[in-house]
Design a protein around this ligand. Structure first.
Ligand code: NAP
Length: 310
C-alpha cells in the first residue's frame, strides 16, 4: 500500500519562520503544502502548493479550508510579534495571538489534524534564563502573556499539539519582516554610531534550524513543548559585534547601553533564552552557533545577489 504524503497547512505563510519552513519542506520532503496568508490576493495552485488568501477576521473561512483540505499537520506562524505595539493594541494582539489559536485548535480537534504552534522565551520573566521546557512561565509583557495564553489553549483543548518555543529569530526573507540582524546591518551601513543593549541575553536562532527541526518533529509525530534555539547564549551587544565581524562592517559603531536607559513600551526578559537538550536528545538535531548561522545567512544573501545579476 502506498502511503500518502503529509498534507501541511501553514497559517501566516508570509511570516519569517514560515518562509524557511516552505523552502525546506519543498526541497527536503514530498509533502503537499496548503498556505494561508493575508498577503495572497487569489487562490493559486502550483504543483505541491495551494495558496489561499486569508482574512484574519473571518474564522469561518479557516474552518472551511481545514475541513475541505484535511491537513495532517496544521502549523500556525501567524502572530503579532512587535512586542512594543502589543502593549498598545491589546485587542488586536489578543485576537491574533490567542483567539485565532483557539479557533485553529477547535477545528484541528474535530478534523484530527496535528496542531503545531509557535511560542517564545518571552513567556518567561528573564530572571534566571536560559530556560528548560519544564520551567514555570511568568510573562512580563502583553506579548508574553498572549503567547502563554496561546500555549495554554493548545495544552488544554485536547487537540494533538506541539508547541515550539524559539527566540530572537533571524534568517533570509523575501518580505519586509526585519529582524535584529537586518536592523544591525542597516545601522552599520549608515556609518553612524548606534546603541545596543548589553543586558538582554538569549540564543539567536536561524530560521533554517527551525525548519530542519520541524521536519524531525513531523516525521516523529512529536507532541508537547520543544525549545528550538541557537547554540550560543549571548547579549544583543555581543551578537551585534559578531554581525559586524561576519559582514565585515565597522564594529566600533556599536555602543553599549542598558535596557533601563531605553524607554521601551514593553518590558523585556533580561536573562532569556532557551535550553535545547530535549530537542537534541529526542530529535537528534544540533543547532548552529551564532557564527555558523550568520555565515549561512551571508552566503544566502551573496547567492541571491548573484542570482539577481544573472
Ligand atoms: N521573530 C522572533 O524573533 C520570534 C521569537 C520567538 C517566537 N516567535 C514566534 O514565531 C512565530 C513566527 O514569528 P515570525 O517572526 O516569523 O513572524 P512575523 O515574520 O512577524 O510574521 C507574523 C505573521 O503573522 C500574520 N499576522 C496576522 N495578523 C497580523 C498582525 N495584525 N500583525 C502582524 N502579523 C500578522 C502575518 O502573516 P501573513 O502575512 O502570511 O498573513 C505575518 O506575516 C510567531 O508565533 C512568533 O510569536 C518569533
Amino acid at each position: 500500500m502506498q502511503i500518502e504524503p503529509n498534507k501541511i497547512l501553514i497559517i501566516g505563510a508570509r511570516s519569517k519562520v514560515a518562509e524557511a519552513l516552505i523552502r525546506h519542506f519543498l526541497s527536503l520532503t514530498d509533502w503537499k503544502l496548503i498556505l494561508l496568508s493575508s498577503g495572497f490576493t487569489s487562490t493559486v495552485q502550483v504543483d505541491r502548493i495551494t495558496c489561499y488568501p486569508y482574512d484574519y477576521n473571518q474564522s469561518q473561512h479557516l474552518t472551511k479550508i481545514i475541513q475541505n483540505t484535511l491537513p495532517t499537520f496544521t502549523i500556525n506562524c501567524a502572530a503579532v510579534t512587535d512586542v512594543d505595539s502589543c502593549e498598545i493594541d491589546r485587542k488586536k494582539t489578543w485576537n491574533i495571538n490567542v483567539n485565532l489559536v483557539e479557533t485553529i485548535a477547535r477545528i484541528c480537534k474535530i478534523t484530527g489534524s496535528h496542531f503545531i504552534h509557535f511560542s517564545t522565551d518571552y513567556v518567561f520573566d528573564g530572571a534566571k534564563g536560559p530556560y528548560f521546557e519544564t520551567d514555570i512561565p511568568n510573562p512580563i509583557s502583553y506579548y508574553g502573556k498572549s503567547k502563554l495564553a496561546s500555549e495554554n489553549v493548545c495544552l488544554t483543548s485536547d487537540v494533538i499539539s506541539t508547541i515550539i518555543r524559539t527566540t530572537v529569530v533571524y534568517g533570509s526573507s523575501s518580505y519586509s519582516h526585519s529582524d535584529f540582524v537586518d536592523w544591525v546591518i542597516k545601522q552599520l551601513k549608515k556609518n553612524i554610531p548606534f546603541r545596543v543593549v548589553t543586558d538582554q541575553i538569549s540564543n539567536p536562532t536561524l530560521t533554517d534550524d527551525i525548519a530542519f527541526t520541524l521536519i524531525r518533529i513531523i516525521d516523529l509525530h512529536k507532541k508537547g513543548i520543544f525549545n528550538i534555539a541557537g547554540f550560543n547564549w549571548l547579549s544583543r551587544f555581543e551578537f551585534a559585534q559578531l554581525i559586524a565581524q561576519i559582514f565585515e562592517l565597522d564594529e566600533s559603531l556599536i555602543q553599549p547601553i542598558l535596557t533601563s536607559e531605553l524607554s521601551q513600551k514593553a518590558k523585556r526578559p533580561l536573562k532569556g533564552g532557551l535550553l535545547t537538550l530535549k530537542a537534541e536528545t529526542e530529535l537528534g538535531v544540533k543547532f548552529s552557533t551564532a557564527e555558523e548561522g550568520l555565515r549561512i545567512l551571508k552566503d544566502q544573501q551573496i547567492n541571491k545577489l548573484y542570482q539577481n545579476l544573472m
